[in-house]
Design a protein around this ligand. Structure first.
Ligand SMILES: [Zn+2]
Length: 408
């Protein structure tokens, strides 16, 4: 048995502001069925009824369980339920009525999958930061440290209020802010200097059948998910953003989306040099040819070892063969030459938070093609401030124990 010590992780893809907000809500990630979740919701509403005009934010619902039956959501207060992927949202009629006061047109469209994906950031902004204080944000970061994470990158910056709250909490150096072009537009000069990069979504997520696939979903033979932009629109948008000198993070999960990202980046060529860096976020499904092109173009990849488990959780929708191609770390590292910590970064996306699940999924994933060594995991998650603690892994062939030891 050997004991291996790793520095605290830098989580390169997460949403600290939204998750700090949701932490005050109800965690349904352990729910095994709708009835059980409804029971927890009922109990929570009885113990802590939301103030007038507010709602109970539930999170972590696994879409592996399907939709939460709507009738079960009808409770005596407004209830908003985020699926684990965040790319699916269910609200009860009271929450709909409350939201309609501020967003009368948008609330009608929430069920429209494409509208939702196109307006993802906008909808999350309705909820992110509600009731969150600097103390709440500090608590979130303390909790992250206890989970072995000393730095948490923000891939969905919600704007001025978030930037101000991070500054107030003294946490601005513990993150990097990535903002959508729409959020960016609303910031003043000083705020724009705080923002590290711009974030675009090319598709949705596997959890909500909205990731764009080259071949149809195995359980929905007519459906391939969808791309949110056509090529021309996307090229024009990236071209327009390049002179900002910021980073560019491109969310692309399905192989049709990673292919589109690579195709457009090839077309834009040297115009991409306006960006400080260009990252593909998730890239869970990427063909070898596109991965080769991505490396040749100097794109960075930011993947989530956590999501290797999608090969099991979403086996039915991916199909046996494609499930094996999810998170192809060995291909990216051994065959294409991506290097963890250099041009291959890791994040958790908060699904779930912390080092342990990421290490376990990296070390013993569903398929050998997804396996990572502890050294590779540590490099891909590197960059947190040093001296605040360490992650101790006890292992032989298997990982026996993982614990976080914080400095006093
Ligand atoms: Zn994310």
């Amino acid at each position: 048995m050997s004991e291996i010590e790793l520095p605290l992780f830098a989580d390169r893809h997460n949403h600290p502001y939204l998750y700090a907000t949701l932490r005050a809500g109800l965690d349904l990630s352990q729910a095994e069925c709708g009835e059980q979740a409804a029971d927890w919701i009922r109990r929570r509403l009885a113990e802590q009824p939301p103030a007038d005009g507010e709602f109970l934010l539930c999170h972590g619902w696994s879409s592996g369980l399907g939709e939460m039956p709507h009738a079960l959501l009808e409770q005596p207060a407004g209830v908003v339920l985020f699926h684990r992927s965040l790319h699916q949202l269910q609200i009860n009629s009271r929450a709909a009525a409350q939201l309609a006061r501020s967003y009368p047109d948008e609330v009608q469209k929430l069920e429209d999958r494409k509208w939702f994906e196109l307006n993802f950031q906008r909808v999350l902004n309705w909820f992110a930061g509600v009731g969150l204080t600097a103390a709440g944000l500090e608590e979130f970061y303390r909790w992250q440290r206890s989970l072995g994470v000393g730095y948490v990158e923000e891939l969905l910056c919600c704007g001025s209020r978030e930037l101000a709250l991070f500054a107030e909490a003294g946490l601005s150096s513990r993150t990097r802010f990535w903002a959508s072009p729409a959020t960016w537009e609303q910031l003043n000069e000083a705020e724009r200097r705080e923002v590290y990069g711009l974030k675009l979504f090319l598709d949705g997520a596997l959890g909500s059948w909205t990731a764009a696939l080259l071949e149809p979903y195995s359980d929905q033979p007519e459906h391939r998910g969808f791309l949110l932009y056509d090529d021309y629109e996307l090229a024009e948008l990236i071209y327009r953003l390049a002179p900002s000198g910021k980073g560019l993070a491109i969310h692309a999960i399905g192989d049709a989306a990673t292919q589109q990202a690579v195709r457009i980046c090839r077309q834009l060529g040297t115009r991409l040099h306006g960006f400080a860096e260009v990252r593909l976020e998730h890239a869970q499904l990427i063909t070898r040819e596109d991965a080769e092109w991505a490396r040749r173009l100097g794109l960075m990849l930011c993947l989530q070892p956590n999501f290797s488990i999608d090969s099991t959780d979403y086996l039915e929708r991916l199909g046996e063969q494609r499930a094996r191609l999810n998170n192809p770390f060995r291909m990216l590292i051994d065959e294409i030459g991506f290097e963890p910590g250099i041009d291959l970064l890791f994040g958790t996306d908060g699904m779930p938070h912390g080092a342990e699940f990421a290490i376990r999924q990296g070390f013993s994933p569903p398929f050998p093609e997804q396996q990572l060594t502890l050294a590779e995991l540590s490099a891909g998650f590197s960059g947190a401030p040093v001296g605040e603690g360490r992650i101790v892994c006890l292992c032989d062939d298997e990982l026996r124990e993982i614990r976080v030891v914080l400095a006093e």
